[in-house]
Design a protein around this ligand. Sequence first.
Ligand code: SAM
Length: 312
Amino acid sequence: MPYKHIPVMLSEVVHFLNCSPGKTYVDCTLGGSGHALAIVEKIIPGGLLIGIDQDKDAILNAKKVLRPYELNVRLFHENFVNLPEILSQINIDAVDGIFLDLGVSFYQLELSGRGFSFKKDEPLDMRMNINSQVKAEDLVNRMDEEGLKKLFRQYGEERWAKQIAHNIVKVRKRKRICSASQLAQIVCDAVPKKFLFTQKIHPATRVFMALRIAVNRELELLDSFMESAVNFLRPKGRLCVISFHSLEDRIVKHRIKALEGKCICPPDFPKCVCNPKRVVRSLTKKVLRPTEEEIAVNPMARSAKLRVAEKL
Ligand SMILES: C[S@@+](CC[C@H](N)C(=O)[O-])C[C@H]1O[C@@H](n2cnc3c(N)ncnc32)[C@H](O)[C@@H]1O
């Protein structure tokens, strides 16, 4: 199956990464390699692009797309939280830029056959890395009702979380829930009829997003990555992150704020205990969004938010 994905905010990313020949960058989320290709074209001759993705299909695709530049590229089928180990494996202490384009690719959603989309009659898997242990099917069939409700509410901000969790538990007593289309139907059956198609999005969108986030541990891994990634930047090196979910953006914003030396203690703390040190400056005081023109061509870009920090 050919890999398809339109890179989001491409010109903004290339601009903010400040690419030039001879520099070294890490693309932590290769996907369809659209951003990676644009970066590598700017850093030759002499530059190096380290490409990471936890989905082996993205790595196979990157091998093809980036083949003309293979001497300037190193690819790793890895989780980006393992960046320190990856860099030490290739004897690199610091790079000029680190890029993350979070979320799911068009390929994963529409073509991978792994049940990321509620529109498909596919196994309920949702693992970006097929070597990892837990599938969406495991969560849906094993978590208790309260756990499912919290999951849909917390990660999906789903209004009907309680009703949906209840219906899942009711249905699975009779029959194991194994496919994406079966789960989508269970969600639709749980939402009160008059609210079913009043929103712009399909009623199962938020439940599917919440499950994907949980299966791939997306928020906890992002938070831990954001805490340490800046240690691997050279002075003036840039960290550039595109997020698609308000909870992801909150993590990115919060971590950049702390790295700017601002206190991130809860407001009710009597004194600061986080002792922040200023190691970056933010280059995007206001979050950047895709243009209307880009969204018209690529609706998948509509919720993208770009934040950039530069190491001092
Ligand atoms: C939105 S796509 C990236 C698209 C890419 N920028 C392009 O130009 O096509 C996100 C990619 O990040 C990968 N990914 C998400 N979380 C990851 C993680 N923690 N470690 C490694 N790869 C991850 C996914 O497998 C997916 O391929």
